[in-house]
Ligand binder design. Structure first.
Ligand code: HEM
Length: 241
């Protein structure tokens, strides 16, 4: 049927229909893929949790399997949070493609995030199993060859997370100038995470500070995912011009 007797207009309407269908199909496929990842991380999280409880890798248990399970658990939690944040953004911003997001910068910064999380969980475990009497005693124990391996591994976290903080802060400043993307929340969260980490070490580990530090690390990771998706949207927009 010719719409209003105008063949051009009819073709336009048809093309619009095809475009809308393709868009919907692409979005559905993307949502399905991310949902599969999310399901995987949720199931794995539950399995690790169950294994930890069944084998009693809790309390003051300092066995090797526990030392391995704890960082895996934390890295999986980051995977879960990341997939959830990506899914939320896809649905909220009606995205059909996020391929641009997975570039070299993203892989480098995400790896630093996962390493920070893994080493942070080892530090937290060391602090629970082998607490120090004071900051100075703890600091000396970190470099004492006779200390527990877990205690000597504690130093890895400040090194890796400080590297992450510097790289992320500089990167955020760069992308604010290049794309018109808001990075303020990301930069503020970096500063709070570092501040809480340092205060916690100096005050010889206080539980509320540890919980807050972990929460801020999670918010930081989610904010980073949001910013990465915003940049990828920006890139797609520029490429399609
Ligand atoms: C962006 C930077 C940072 C991130 C993403 C980060 C992330 C984390 C994570 C995920 C944990 C594990 C918490 C847990 O399993 O309970 C942790 C623990 C810890 N972090 Fe950080 N961290 C950062 C910076 C720092 C810095 C700069 C320091 C110190 C100089 C620090 C000191 C600690 C300490 C001492 C713990 C163990 C706390 C405890 O014993 O409960 N963190 N961090």
């Amino acid at each position: 049927m010719h719409l209003l007797g105008l063949p051009g207009l009819e073709m336009d309407v048809e093309l619009h229909g095809i475009f809308a269908k393709t868009r919907k199909f692409q979005k559905d496929a993307l949502v399905r893929t991310v949902t599969n990842y999310l399901t995987f991380f949720v199931i794995f999280e539950a399995l690790i949790g169950a294994v930890i409880v069944i084998f009693e890798w809790v309390g003051l248990n300092s066995s090797l399997p526990r030392i391995i399970a704890v960082p895996i658990h934390l890295v999986n939690t980051f995977g879960l949070l990341g997939s959830y944040a990506i899914l939320y953004k896809i649905l909220q911003d009606d995205l059909q493609n996020i391929k641009n997001m997975f570039n070299k910068n993203f892989l480098l910064i995400s790896s630093l995030f996962l390493l920070s999380g893994a080493t942070g969980s080892i530090t937290a475990l060391a602090d629970v199993l082998f607490p120090s009497a004071s900051f100075v005693e703890g600091f000396l124990a970190d470099f004492d060859r006779t200390s527990e391996v877990l205690t000597r591994l504690r130093i890895l976290h400040p090194i890796i997370s400080s590297t992450l903080s510097i790289v992320l802060y500089v990167y955020a400043t760069g992308i604010r100038k290049k794309y018109n993307v808001s990075v303020k929340p990301l930069q503020i969260l970096i500063l709070i995470a570092v501040f809480l980490g340092v205060i916690n070490v100096l005050s010889n580990i206080v539980l509320p500070l540890s919980i807050l530090h972990l929460a801020i690390a999670d918010f930081l990771w989610i904010s980073y995912i949001y910013v990465s998706i915003d940049i990828s949207k920006n890139n797609l927009f520029i490429n399609s011009l």
